[in-house]
Design a protein around this ligand. Structure first.
Ligand SMILES: *Cc1c(COP(=O)(O)O)cnc(C)c1O
Length: 327
């Protein structure tokens, strides 16, 4: 954790290189605005709609960037990931597009829809029992059998650089920003966004936004070292990480202005705003940026602000139940 050499950290140049690699493969998602939101905050808000990205979340960017850098030998041996969420689908889809075999390790109790989606993209799913089997052990076994390369969900330079391409596009389209609000789980998106912003809008103040129940990033930012927590209970299932990564923490600690934490009720309010006012389906984790911005109304008055809408993968029954206040 300590003393990660600074030269190992990705830079803006890596984000620019990632943008060239994913061009024509990832979607260039729209930048949305809302007169209602601008009026509410007295600011100009630009929302990067990654809920419209391939497989429904920004994670395709990092996954495709990482896999497209594989050597021929790595391509032959395949890729390995463990995730029950968007990273699994991003790896499975990217691998399919690049002709690489993907093995995804998922817990037995992963939602059936996520399992099916991952299989649908052509990934081989290996199920383990998270109560009786050690995930790392299962992963090691698959690696030994296949020689596959493990790609982690956030703490990897190619993942960080790939995730940063969303903010690169946002600033290229909307112009320089005064502030930027980004969802925070393990920090791949926030770290990459910070690198992109430093290259294109160096004065922008960068805020990470976490669920209150899982504010390990906020604690780590304030403590100056990585704080580890138990798996948090929150509706933001894409931000149920227990600790930042060594690389992501180093970048976040250097570049972020602050880390904010919002309640599940604030996430539901943002989800309702997106549905009612902007006519878009955003998953709870994807609402962190807007919820954090609304918390910061005073600081952003009169300013140009960017928000990342990170994804839209939510089961519609769950979506309806959350909006009805019964979940
Ligand atoms: C993974 C994910 C996040 C968090 O991203 P990190 O890089 O882990 O911080 C946020 N929103 C959605 C929709 C995600 O899938």
């Amino acid at each position: 954790m300590k003393g990660t050499p600074v030269q190992d950290l990705p830079t803006y140049e890596d984000v620019a290189a990632a943008a060239r690699r994913i061009e024509g493969h990832a979607y260039k998602t729209p930048v949305l605005t809302s007169a209602t939101l601008d009026k509410e905050l007295g600011a100009r808000v630009f929302l990067k709609a990654e809920n419209f990205q391939r497989m429904g979340a920004f994670k395709f960017r990092g996954a495709y960037n990482a896999l497209s850098r594989f050597t021929d030998a790595q391509k032959k041996a395949g890729v390995l990931a463990f995730s029950s969420g968007n990273h699994a689908q991003a790896i499975a889809l990217s691998a399919k597009l690049l002709g690489i075999a993907a093995t995804i390790i998922m817990p037995e109790d992963a939602p059936a829809a996520k399992l099916e989606a991952t299989k649908g993209y052509g990934g081989r799913v290996v199920i383990y029992d998270r109560y009786s089997q050690d995930r790392d052990e299962v992963s090691r076994r698959v690696q030994e059998e296949t020689g596959a390369t493990l790609i982690p969900p956030f703490d990897h330079p190619d993942i960080i650089a790939g995730q940063g391409t969303a903010v690169k596009e946002l600033i290229e389209e909307a112009g320089e920003l005064d502030a930027l609000f980004v969802c925070l789980g393990g920090g791949g998106l926030l770290a990459g966004s910070a690198l992109a912003a430093r290259g294109l809008s160096p004065e922008a103040e960068i805020y990470g936004v976490e669920p209150e129940a899982g504010n390990d990033g906020q604690q780590s930012f304030r403590a100056g070292s990585i704080v580890r927590i138990a798996t948090p209970k929150t509706i933001a299932d894409g931000a149920q990480t227990t600790a930042l990564g060594a690389l992501t923490f180093e970048i976040i600690r250097r570049e972020a202005r602050d880390i904010l934490a919002v309640s599940d009720a604030e996430l539901v309010a943002a989800m309702r705003f997106f549905a009612e006012r902007m006519k878009i389906v955003v998953e709870p984790t994807g609402c962190l940026g807007l919820a954090g911005l609304r918390r910061s109304a005073e600081q952003v008055r009169g300013k140009r602000v960017g928000v990342i809408i990170s994804g839209g993968n939510v089961d519609l029954h769950r979506f309806a139940a959350l909006l009805a206040g019964s979940a």
